[in-house]
Design a protein around this ligand. Structure first.
Ligand SMILES: C[S@@+](CC[C@H](N)C(=O)[O-])C[C@H]1O[C@@H](n2cnc3c(N)ncnc32)[C@H](O)[C@@H]1O
Length: 390
């Protein structure tokens, strides 16, 4: 039995042949993938048992993120006070780690969070691996179809710094052929069930401030992952040519499958954000969402320069990520511990060096007029845009 397909089935010849390829591969398929339909933009995962398990993990994560976190935070406050620390002033990461990591409530909270994340990834990865033929066929069939373009290269040289298992996703973004599928469904748990309809990316696309002259003919989304923001940018600017680039071939391949499913004409390419291969001045808008804390500080600087290169004069760079520089809140003992354990136990390898950068200053040094007083696109994230001036 084949996974889904939606009303697109009769929409175009290309889509029809895509689904016929799927149907053909389903004939020889001996696995456990069910045709389970969609809920709005969300294609339901191909097994009711797995969906139920994910529901449990997602709700459990909601409890960990709220009640359990509050208990840990309260406890951290008591421990910091007993250690004579001012709860409102900044504390070094290592000091915070030493203070809290052996406390049973705080360590229990972190361990529960991490175990939930491992369980989420593991169960989803098992499912896609167990049904590998099916999902390889899906990507192979989709690769050749449009309207949107897809470019990827199995021989592309992948920088080592991108190979870590970020967020403890097994295989990371580049090391598992189904990384896109796994990431898409796993990340739904991260959002505690609140992003099934791409609500976060919708809000960001809506908040993007276009160039002053209003001209938006071409848009680039860097670090596009499964393409959720890329799609939303196209929906906001339907006449624009929209590209998403990502270092992971599995990410852009899945993003393309999803764009076909939703019938949205966007293009994806496996490329480095620091070397996108587009001509100088090609884009009116360059956007990103939570890319920069996943790359080294050195790569961030190169990526800012690349965004500047591919923008036309007056074009806008709109990166959304965690706050840095003067927008960052004080690293109190609990805040420092939160960032530290996320780095150490959630494999946020580059997050500490990202947070140590003054991102706005790096943009200004590279020829952007920076505005940090724009409306916040997403709670907990920075407010930052740059207009190319030189
Ligand atoms: C957290 S995800 C981005 C989420 C995505 N923007 C969204 O809207 O859901 C980070 C992505 O950045 C990609 N990435 C990391 N380093 C990169 C680089 N140097 N060039 C391009 N993509 C990169 C990863 O492969 C991953 O897919």
């Amino acid at each position: 039995m084949l996974i889904k397909r939606r009303s697109l089935l009769s929409a175009s010849a290309a889509a029809t042949s895509y689904f016929m390829a799927k149907a053909a591969s389903a004939g020889s398929f001996k696995g456990d993938v069910e045709l389970r339909g969609t809920i709005g933009r969300l294609e339901r995962i191909g097994s009711l048992e797995l969906e139920s398990q994910q529901d449990f993990l997602t709700n459990f994560r909601g409890w960990v993120n709220n009640d359990f976190r509050q208990a840990a935070q309260q406890r951290a406050g008591d421990i910091a006070l007993a250690a004579g620390l001012d709860p409102t002033s900044a504390v070094d990461y290592q000091v915070a780690a030493k203070l809290f990591e052996k406390d049973p409530v705080i360590a229990g909270y972190v361990r529960t969070w991490v175990s939930n994340q491992l369980q989420t990834w593991g169960t989803i990865q098992d499912f896609f691996h167990s049904n590998a033929d099916q999902y390889y066929s899906e990507m192979d069939a989709a690769d050749k179809l449009g309207p949107g373009k897809l470019e990827w290269d199995g021989k592309m040289e992948i920088p080592d710094y991108t190979k870590h298992e970020i967020h403890i996703q097994p295989g990371g973004y580049v090391g598992d052929p189904f990384a896109g599928y796994i990431n898409f469904y796993g990340v739904n748990n991260f959002y505690a069930g609140k992003n099934f309809q791409d609500e976060a990316q919708y809000a960001i696309a809506k908040a993007v401030i276009p160039p002053k002259d209003g001209k938006v003919k071409r848009i680039l989304d860097i670090g596009s992952a499964t393409g959720r923001l890329t799609l939303q940018m196209k929906e906001r600017f339907p006449d624009a040519e929209v590209w998403g680039v990502d270092v992971g071939a599995p990410m852009v391949r899945y993003a393309h499958v999803r764009a076909l499913d939703l019938g949205i004409n966007v293009n994806y390419a496996q490329r480095l954000a620091e070397d996108t291969k587009f001509p100088d001045g090609y884009f009116d808008l360059v956007v990103s969402y939570i890319l920069f804390h996943e790359v080294t500080a050195e790569a961030s600087k190169k990526i800012i320069s690349e965004a500047h290169r591919v923008l036309r004069p007056g074009g806008v760079f709109y990166p959304v990520d965690f706050p840095t520089g003067k927008q960052q809140s004080v690293m109190t003992a609990y805040n420092a511990f939160s960032v530290w354990w996320d780095h150490r136990w959630n494999c946020e390898v580059w997050a500490l060096e990202y947070r140590a950068m003054a991102f706005a200053d790096e943009m200004a040094k590279r020829g952007f007029a920076v505005d940090e007083n724009i409306p916040q696109a997403r709670r907990g994230h920075g407010k930052l845009m740059g207009t190319k001036i030189t």
